[in-house]
Write a protein of this length. Structure first.
Lengths: 557, 467
């Protein structure tokens, strides 16, 4: 309006309500007199003012409406924020309750102390029974030891300390999106990479900006909340799950003893058991290069042995599989096995399979890490078979329990290579009471690191089966190693880290995209740079970065 | 799961590690020390492998290797020098250059030792001028050494390593590399045709030297090579075995040499569990063979058969093993060069995990994941195979137990002759062979497991190095 010209006659005439009288005046005699001219000017001025006022009123109205809208928006945002905070608070309370919760030890076969005292030290049985928040746990109790004072690798027990892991600043910030809630749809924006992974285990999304990754690196606690906040499926707490693995490992030893006992009275079992065990061991040794097709026959034969055990023709005793899984399970619709018991021979052979896999990683992968890959394929294929699972979930915890014992640094345990206890925490093996040589130890770690990657970086996108050990476990293990404070960095960790990465950089990047590149930089550049002592093991991480640059053009530095 | 990360990242040592106890507190017990603080491991316990041929108190960096070479070693996961490397490298790399005769057990890093010397002597600003020559008895070994040199030298710019073996050097260009690895016959041809300029040669290495200098034909060829190269060339002789009769000749071939030698009883690698299987008769050997693979964790394996056996017997073994699910390669001297290369590459890359071969591959071949060697036939030598061949036995079983790893060797005996031959070999080296029987596989499995455990736990021995 301000731009239009009220002095132009035509527009004036049409815009003005008094147009008819104006025409009459124009037609009158004195239309060219000065007074007439002044009068017209006056009229025009008034009209101009009227229009202007109108415009200003409309404009003010508009501003008011905008302001009101803004207030409404703000109010809605505030309400949203309050809702989010309430949910977070509730989750926190729930988490706290979970952390205080200990599942009662089962009355399962009386367990002698860990047969190898030097390794497993004191695995204290839990003595604090408490109901868990998940109803399943009540009916299906399983033993979870308290953080043991000294298990192989289990460092100084760290009781979960929620107070230290929560940083209210993060929560209170108005930026907090409702991404920590499982119900909220849409991609996480302001959360850590780990959260993103937890959300979509099969097709992990890289975080949308690198800050998310940095968050994970510098403040591992960041990822804590997100996953624990999920009410379902979340493990009670990381520490509990990890130490649950030592219990599973112990239970497996007992199972082995029990099988030997059974064989004394059950001759049919005795006849088959050894042959089946040796058959599995032999087949795992046959797995070789040439891709999955070259190993299909081996894969099928392992499956055939395990299926024979499931039929339990030799009548081995039945056992409760819950003693060999990390989390309590309820029957689920559609699962092949929902019963409370499975043939002990089947579990025993899964154990023999896992043991052979680990020994193959150590023996063969230690010398040539690339040989671990076909074994990883076989592990994934075997444990993902629906009929080898129980209540809809795989039994891979049996294998993970073995990893936990022989390679604790994958689970975040640390120690000094110069002390007895440090070596125990690091999984430095003893044979006949003596530490194995440094060369042997580092070989073992090389094979196990490569083996862990071979198991955890498997692609199931094109498969109908469910990945028994999705890539987030790889990420977690890597994060645990590179989150080590500088003064506690050990050669063992460097060796494991290197062999986890070497030959697996492409798969890792395929899963995690730019976040993987950032993680590789953190592993191969930042982590060795932080190490106080530049040992060959530390330097070899940097050399790996050089190799990536030379061979695949991946510049991390 | 991610929450485990943060939970466990809290420093355990913050609580426990502040008060590291002195060694005396450890009660001398090798097992668990019941205390709530961390105890330093005794020096002697940490260094319990101090006398092993793989132990060393020094790093490669301390040996003064240039950074690119050191980086190459790190890329190969070499972290510390072995004893032979630690002892021999300063002697070989010193100036003025001196000759060397070096003996060390199989799988203790001899190849890396001379490759490091070669790389440190090569002037990389003249990349096509031959400056180092390595001679090996077989094309497989020559290719392997070429590969090791390239791998250790992967960060050395302009390093060209050529293999002088039949069919690999172009007739048009001749030898255009600073390092040449070859078999003696081809090398002599190339020098004669003036396609290999040896005028700037700094160093000559003869690997498997006892075999190379002794063997009829090859000994003569090595002599010829020596007359063709400059007098000033440094000569390095390496082998796991140096029988007396070759030793004197070696000393003439490499005059005024530094020597590193082992006593006869120190020659066997203690990490290799040596066993023998009592087979009821020759035909049963096939079935027994297949059963062995379930007894222990096996990576790759090598089955040695008598040379004259090669076609019928080796193929029969292959057939039986493939029926049992194994992936098998058969390699013998009768194969063409390119076929041999392809077969061995399959084995190196684990596309096949069982290699059936004759003595062609007894020496030097290093596939680090080989964890079992089978002497399907006891090695014999002499006219009519009358005499047991102890050296070949040693080299054969040395294909496993590489660099301190677990290895087993199982020799098949089925009659008096084979039993006597094996006994004689065992006496030469003072080996305590363990008997296995094919009757109760549960028991045999247990026995094998125990043997592997105990042979690893044996305190390592002092090689008694004479410098």
């Amino acid at each position: 309006m301000a731009g239009s010209s009220p002095t132009r006659r035509r527009s004036f005439q049409f815009a003005s309500p008094q147009s008819s009288s104006v025409i009459a005046e124009i037609l009158s005699e004195d239309r060219n007199s000065e007074s007439r001219h002044k009068q017209l000017l006056e009229l025009a001025k008034r009209e101009h003012e009227r229009v202007r006022e109108d415009a200003e009123r409309v404009y003010r109205d508009h501003l008011r409406r905008e302001e009101r809208q803004r207030l409404l928006d703000e109010k809605r945002q505030e309400e949203q924020r309050i809702k989010v905070e309430e949910q977070i608070a509730a989750d926190r309370v729930r988490l706290h309750a979970l952390k205080l919760t200990k599942v009662e030890a089962p009355p399962s076969p009386p367990t002698p102390r860990f047969p190898e005292p030097s390794r497993a030290a004191a695995v204290a049985e839990s003595t604090t029974p408490a109901p868990t928040s998940t109803p399943s746990a009540v009916s299906n109790q399983s033993s979870v030891p308290q953080p043991p004072p000294q298990t192989n690798g289990s460092a100084t027990p760290k009781p979960p300390a929620p107070a230290t892991t929560f940083s209210p600043g993060l929560f209170g910030s108005s930026k907090a999106q409702p991404t920590t809630q499982p119900a909220a749809p849409g991609p996480p924006i302001d959360t850590t990479a780990a959260t993103a992974k937890n959300r979509t285990p099969e097709a992990p999304r890289p975080p949308s900006f690198p800050g998310g990754f940095g968050n994970l690196l510098n403040n591992g606690a960041g990822s804590n909340r997100a996953s624990s906040a999920r009410p379902e499926s979340a493990p009670p707490a990381g520490q509990l799950t990890v130490d649950r693995y030592t219990t599973i490992h112990k239970n497996l030893k007992e199972l082995r003893n029990s099988m030997a006992e059974q064989a004394k009275t059950n001759s049919a079992l005795k006849e088959r058991m050894g042959d089946m065990r040796r058959e599995i061991r032999k087949i795992i040794g046959q797995l070789g290069g040439g891709g999955a097709p070259a190993n299909r026959q081996q894969q099928q034969r392992i499956a055939a042995v395990l299926r024979e055990a499931l039929t339990n023709r030799v009548q081995s005793q039945l056992v409760d599989p819950s003693n060999f899984v990390a989390e309590p399970r309820n029957p689920v619709q559609g699962a092949v096995h929902n019963d409370a018991q499975l043939p002990s021979l089947f579990i025993y052979l899964l154990n023999a399979f896992s043991k052979s896999v680990i020994l193959q990683f150590i023996g063969e992968g230690g010398a040539r890490p690339e040989t671990a890959d076909p074994i990883g394929v076989c592990v994934a294929a075997t444990f993902s078979e629906p009929d080898f699972g129980w209540r809809g979930v795989s039994m891979i915890d049996i294998l993970v329990a073995k990893f936990r014992i022989v390679c604790p640094v994958l689970f975040g345990y640390r120690g000094s290579e110069k002390t007895e206890q440090g070596r125990e925490r690091l999984g430095w093996w003893k044979e006949n009471g003596r530490w194995v040589t440094e060369q042997q130890h580092m070989d073992r770690m090389t094979g196990l690191g490569a083996g862990f990657a071979a198991v955890s970086l498997r692609k199931f996108a094109a498969s109908k089966k469910k990945n028994p050990y999705p890539p987030r476990h790889f990420w977690t293990a890597m994060a645990k190693i590179i989150n080590t404070p500088p003064n506690e960095i050990s050669n063992t960790q460097c060796v494991v880290l290197k062999s986890m990465i070497q030959n697996y950089e492409a798969k890792f990047i395929e899963f995690y995209g730019t976040a993987a590149v950032a993680a590789l930089r953190a592993s191969l550049i930042d982590f060795p740079a932080r190490a106080p002592e530049k040992s060959p093991a530390v330097n070899s991480l940097e050399v790996l970065a050089q190799q990536f640059k030379r061979d695949i053009g991946l510049a991390l530095g | 799961m991610a929450d485990q990360a943060s939970r466990t990242t809290l420093p355990p040592a913050a609580a426990a590690g502040d008060t590291e106890a002195p060694v005396a507190e450890a009660k001398g017990a090798p097992g668990l020390v019941e205390s709530n603080y961390d105890v330093e491991v005794k020096f002697s316990a940490l260094q319990n492998d101090i006398d092993s041929p793989l132990s060393s108190l020094h790093s490669f960096e301390e040996l003064g290797l240039p950074k690119p070479i050191n980086d190459g070693l790190l890329a190969m996961n070499f972290k510390k020098p072995s004893k032979i490397q630690e002892k021999a490298l300063p002697l070989m790399m010193g100036n003025p250059p001196r000759n060397m005769i070096a003996q060390s057990q199989s799988g203790t890093g001899k190849t890396a030792a001379f490759v490091l010397t070669v790389l440190s002597r090569v002037d990389l600003t003249q990349p096509t001028q031959p400056q180092a020559l390595v001679l090996a008895p077989s094309r497989e070994l020559a290719r392997q050494i070429q590969g090791v040199t390239q791998t250790i030298g992967q960060f050395c710019e302009n390093l060209i390593v050529e293999a002088a073996i039949p069919g690999s050097i172009s007739r048009d260009t001749g030898v255009k590399g600073s390092v040449v690895v070859g078999t003696p016959g081809t090398v002599i041809d190339l020098i004669r045709r003036r396609q290999f300029d040896v005028s700037k040669l700094q160093v000559l290495v003869i690997d498997e030297a006892d075999n190379m200098l002794d063997q009829q034909g090859m000994g003569e060829q090595c002599n010829r090579v020596k007359t063709m190269i400059p007098n000033s060339t440094q000569i390095l002789l390496f082998s796991a075995t140096f029988p007396e009769k070759v030793k004197a000749y070696a000393q003439r071939y490499a005059p005024n040499a530094n020597e590193i030698q082992l006593k006869q009883q120190d020659l066997t690698v203690k990490g290799i569990s040596q066993m023998y299987m009592d087979c009821p008769d020759e035909q049963k050997k096939y079935d027994v063979l297949c059963k062995l693979y379930g007894l222990m964790t096996i990576g790759s394996s090598v089955i040695f058969v008598r040379a004259w056996y090669r076609r019928e017997s080796a193929d029969e073994i292959k057939k039986r093993m493939e029926a049992d699910g194994h992936k098998v390669s058969v390699l013998h001297g009768g194969n063409e060069g390119a076929d041999r290369d392809a077969l061995l590459d399959d084995f190196r890359s684990s596309r096949s995990k069982v290699l059936i071969t004759t003595n062609v591959l007894a020496r030097g071949i290093d596939v680090s994941s080989v964890s079992m060697v089978i002497n399907y036939d006891i090695p014999m030598k002499g006219f009519g195979d009358k005499e047991p061949d102890a050296e070949t036995y040693l080299h054969r079983i040395g294909r496993t137990g590489r660099f301190g790893r677990v290895g087993v060797s199982i020799s098949f005996v089925y009659d008096r002759k084979s039993f006597n031959a094996l006994t004689q070999i065992a006496n030469v080296y003072g080996i305590d062979l363990i008997q296995l029987s094919p009757d109760d596989w549960d028991l045999t499995e247990k026995k094998v497991q125990d043997v592997i455990k105990s042979s690893r736990a044996k305190p390592d021995y002092a090689p008694n190095v004479l410098a």
